[in-house]
Write a protein that binds this ligand. Structure first.
Ligand code: GRF
Length: 208
């Protein structure tokens, strides 16, 4: 199953997904990496592994970037069947969400709906978690709709938050389960094992 992976940063989720693919845990292939930061670590990784990179959106930082319509056309023409956002920080164009119904996933480093939405990017999520005094955090994989972090949840994994944790310690603990959780959900997606309840809530058929 051909996948497009969207990145904006170091690409640790891309690397984990790609490792799971190479280890035959995910029956898929990364057909293209899309990024608003064509010089980021995720794009470097893609180039090192011969994976095509598309810059989106067009911007001063990426003059070679494409428009939303061009992006959808290119991704569809590559035979991509699902889109995985992995540390992608921009809003996905509605055209893309509509072109891939129930096939755009995102991973968020907190337990949505808590600590979700535009204000919680990068470390801000973990700083807010530590400041709030909660004792658990974790990762959420959800289907993407046309807003930030609001689509139907597929899976979540919890990590403990200790009273003396720094944001960085929480971030590292969450990132580890992100990698595991995303590979698990991506594998289910590629094997059509994600089923939808009548109320429109998705779940993986093998989830406990
Ligand atoms: C990390 O904060 C991760 O929690 C979130 O996006 C950021 C970058 O991820 N998903 P990655 O290392 O670029 O995959």
């Amino acid at each position: 199953r051909k996948l497009a992976v969207f990145v904006s940063g170091g690409g640790s989720n891309l690397r984990a997904l790609h490792a799971s693919i190479l280890g035959d845990k995910i029956k898929g292939e990364v057909a293209v990496v899309v990024s608003d930061k064509p010089k980021c670590g995720g794009c470097e990784y893609a180039r090192e592994h011969g994976i095509p990179v598309i810059a989106f959106p067009r911007s001063k930082a990426a003059p070679e970037g494409v428009s939303a319509d061009q992006l959808v056309t290119m991704v569809l023409n590559l035979g991509v069947k699902a889109v995985l956002l992995a540390g992608y920080l921009k809003l996905v164009p509605a055209e893309l969400v509509r072109a891939f119904p129930r096939a755009v996933l995102n991973i968020h480093p907190a337990l949505l709906p808590a600590f979700g939405g535009q204000g919680y990017f990068g470390m801000h999520v973990h700083e807010a978690v530590v400041r709030s005094g909660v004792r658990v955090s974790g990762a959420t994989v959800h289907f993407v709709d046309e807003e930030f972090d609001t689509g139907p949840i597929v899976a979540q994994r919890v990590v403990p938050v200790y009273p003396l944790d720094s944001a960085q310690e929480v971030a590292q603990r969450v990132l580890k389960v992100e990698h595991e959780l995303y590979s698990w959900v991506a594998a289910a997606l590629c094997e059509d094992r994600i089923v939808w309840r009548e109320d429109g809530r998705p779940m993986s058929s093998d989830c406990s």
